[in-house]
Ligand binder design. Structure first.
Ligand code: HEC
Length: 104
C-alpha cells in the first residue's frame, strides 16, 4: 500500500512524462459533455469550464471528489468509479484543448 502511494506520488511529480492518453480521455469525456460541454466549455451556469485547465489541477480535483476531500453531490457520484488512469486521461484531454483569452 505504502509502495503504491509512493509510486503514485512520484508519477504525479513526473508531470507530463506520465503516460496519459488524451484520445482515451476524449472518449471517456462524452459523459461529461452534458454539463461541461463537448470541448470543455461549460453549458450550464453553475458548472466550470474544463478546457485548457492544467492537467495536474484537473486530476487533483477529480481525485478529491472521488475521495470526498472536495465535496459536491454530483461530482462525487461521477468521480467515484473513475480509475487513476481514467482520471489522468480525462485531465490530459481537457488540458490539451486550446483556449484563447481576449481583453474585453
Ligand atoms: C450533471 C452535471 C455534470 C457532469 C455530467 C459532470 N460534471 Fe464535473 N462538475 C459539475 C459541477 C456542477 C461542478 C462544480 C462543482 C463544485 O462546485 O465543486 C463540476 C466540477 C468539476 C471539476 C472541477 C473544476 C474546477 O474548476 O475546479 C472537474 C475537474 C470536473 N467537474 C470534471 C468532470 C468530468 C471529467 C466529468 C465526466 C467524467 C464531469 N465533470 C461530469 C457538473 C458535472
Amino acid at each position: 500500500m505504502r509502495t503504491a502511494s509512493l509510486l503514485l506520488i512520484s508519477l504525479a511529480l513526473a508531470g507530463p512524462a506520465v503516460a496519459q492518453d488524451a484520445a482515451a480521455g476524449r472518449a471517456k469525456a462524452a459523459s461529461c459533455a452534458v454539463c461541461h460541454g463537448q470541448l470543455g466549455i461549460s453549458v450550464a451556469p453553475n458548472t466550470p469550464h474544463l478546457a485548457g485547465q492544467p492537467d495536474q489541477y484537473l486530476a487533483t480535483q477529480l481525485r478529491a471528489y472521488r475521495s470526498g476531500a472536495r465535496k459536491h453531490e454530483v461530482m462525487a457520484v461521477i468521480a467515484k468509479p473513475l480509475s487513476d488512469e481514467e482520471i489522468q486521461n480525462l485531465a490530459a484531454w481537457f488540458a490539451s484543448i486550446k483556449v484563447e483569452a481576449r481583453a474585453p
